[in-house]
Design a protein around this ligand. Sequence first.
Ligand code: ZN
Length: 177
Amino acid sequence: MSSRADKAAKGQKDKHHAILRELVQEPTNKTCAECLAKGPRWSSWSLGVFVCIRCAGIHRNLGVHISKMKSIDLDSWTPEQLQNVLRWGNKRAAEYYECYLPKDFTRPQATHALEAFIRNKYEKKLYIKKDGEPPENPQSKVDRLKNDSREDKEKEKKTTSTASRQRRAEKKVDLSK
Ligand SMILES: [Zn+2]
């Protein structure tokens, strides 16, 4: 990896972390999407929610077909992953996954009960909105990434060096033949 590519990758990483730090400062993202604990530092980027470390562990138990986790502080995020949390976030995700959750529902605090609730919510989809997804977040929010996502992708291509990614890229080329 050249130092220039290093710099580009670091710039992208810093920018993504800046957006993430801003996102978890929003009132609706300031508490865990599941147990309402303060200051979540983890995210299911596939579901687009911010959660506390304990609920992050429970999400991991669900399997990656339901939830894919990342740390706000420790992990690198791709533009696509970041775009999904910008499109969702705790508020919109609650409108979708907790549409039929009783208003007086008390969030369980014991871990086993919390896991049962989280499984009911995402695995059994007991409370899900039945007539489709709620309205998207304002486009302006997502646009923050859009302007340079193509540039980011180019950078990613240049700076990605793991064998698995290369294999995936090769596979894609093969499929297009
Ligand atoms: Zn939690």
